[in-house]
Design a protein around this ligand. Structure first.
Ligand code: MG
Length: 244
């Protein structure tokens, strides 16, 4: 099932090129249907927080000149960072180095607190594509990454959430202006999704709608005004935005 959020905050399920309107994420189904082409899509989650993992792919850690971590390196984005699929984002005036990081995002379905790894996936509602936009220069100089990682629009999410998806070996590609810049598989993650969810839930309660960004593979790089950037994940779809 593919769950969409659209319009002024309505939920629906994709039925081919049509959205079947639902009362909440995943159901119950209402009678109303609208063409997908007529809907303005929104990020397919309403998180209280977005928990992100840095350096979760070996080759990305290497390209950043960093060690492979012994424990997950976590940081947060706040909900202000969300941006809808298809958004045009102004190049932020406070950075000289805006980077794309294509990532698989996990959306939580029910409250998660101190959950063992083997039960973690049963708390997941679905998976979507994310861009972890990063002001790379400020990431190196600011005390914390509030500005570098959580500025307005720094977390495009979408285009919809895929449920019943096996997340362990999906192709993930980031394409900038039609050129493939990142091309990896989720099987290359250092820390698995169940491990990360369980790890976070030991000290931070995850609420329904909260999002985990699972890290980016190698190939990160600069964005400039006029660039079109797309994250494509097998079994989900394509999230694209434009920098203006
Ligand atoms: Mg990242």
């Amino acid at each position: 099932m593919k769950i969409v959020r659209f319009g002024r905050g309505s939920w629906g399920i994709l039925e081919g090129e049509t959205i079947r309107v639902t009362r909440g994420p995943g159901g119950p189904r209402l009678r109303k249907r609208i063409p997908l082409a007529d809907a303005k899509l929104l990020p397919p989650a309403r998180p209280t927080k977005i928990v992100c993992v840095g350096r979760n792919y070996r080759k990305h850690a290497q390209e950043m000149g960093e060690e492979v971590p012994a424990e997950p390196g976590l940081f947060l984005k706040a909900p202000n960072a969300l941006a809808a699929p298809g958004s045009s984002l102004p190049y932020p005036p406070f950075t000289k180095s805006l980077h794309y990081e294509g990532e698989l995002a996990v959306v939580i379905g029910r409250r998660m607190r101190r959950v063992p790894e083997e039960k973690a996936l049963s708390y997941v509602l679905g998976y979507t594509c994310a861009l972890d936009l990063t002001a790379r220069d400020l990431q190196k100089t600011d005390l914390q990454w509030i500005r570098a990682k959580s500025a307005d629009g720094f977390c495009p999410l979408g285009p919809w959430m895929a449920t019943e998806l096996d997340p362990f070996d999906l192709r993930l590609r980031t394409v900038v202006n039609g050129q493939i810049r990142q091309n990896s598989r989720t099987s290359a993650m250092i820390f698995s999704i169940p491990f990360l969810l369980s790890y976070v839930s030991r000290f931070m309660t995850l609420e329904p709608g909260d999002v985990l960004l699972t890290g980016t593979p190698e190939g990160v790089g600069e964005l400039n005004p006029g660039d079109e950037v797309a994250v494509e994940i097998e079994g989900i779809g394509t999230l694209s935005i434009r920098i203006v």
